[in-house]
Design a binder for this molecule. Sequence first.
Ligand code: DGL
Length: 264
Amino acid sequence: MNNAIGVFDSGVGGLTVAREIMRQLPNETIYYFGDVKNCPYGDKTREEIIKYTDRAVKYLIDKGVKMVVLACNTATAAALNYLQDKYDIPIIGVVQPGARRAIQATENNKVLVLGTKFTAKSKVYDIEIENINSDIQVVDKACPAFVPFIESEGNVDKDATKKIIHETLENTRNLGVDTVVLGCTHYPILKKDIEEYYGNNIKVISSGREAAREVSSVLGYAKLHQKRFNKKDHEFYISEASENFNNIASKWLNKEIIAEVVDL
Ligand code: DGL
């Protein structure tokens, strides 16, 4: 089917998922929406997150997308069930794929989940992991400084990156976990530095790869895969002009991206 896949995040984080979908499903077209105007979502209430996410998802659906990926853990935690009930097309989030990766990865059944305040408080990973394997112990850690830091391209400065990681993750190195889940799609942008901080004995995982595999399964099941022909260009939309978004997207996706500003 020729229609695009809608990918949504509060900002640049979902690009880490979009890149993986592009890699695994090169025939597919992506329409990406970054709600930079309302970012970060992590400090907002459930009602606010549902309102903003719904608005952007509706925009993508009106553009004709065949499925939507909430490439944002916070939006998944707050709004996935609501949106799945409201709309007829397949809508998936990133938490279930991330939880599955964590279950595969841990050998000592101790997992640390890094996320926004909302994601940590919602305990959405604990619930998903427990549903599959209740022997696994999950610790949640909110890292509210990371998203604004990444959105403002603070991570270009290596020393500043090391400092913020050290300050935020202090005391999490001796929890005895063998697996750390990047439970926010922004955090893979810091993955190398976070891995360095934890050292070789702890695996750092993100849900992007697993989420892309889930997109493929859903498309396959619903017979919605795009054939090679008629491939259209990916499109990028943001809710407010942002040079940072264009810079980060261009760097992350390795080609020049100029997102269209949409006033929702
Ligand atoms: N990328 C979003 C997530 O996965 C960031 C949340 C935010 O806007 O605070 O949770």
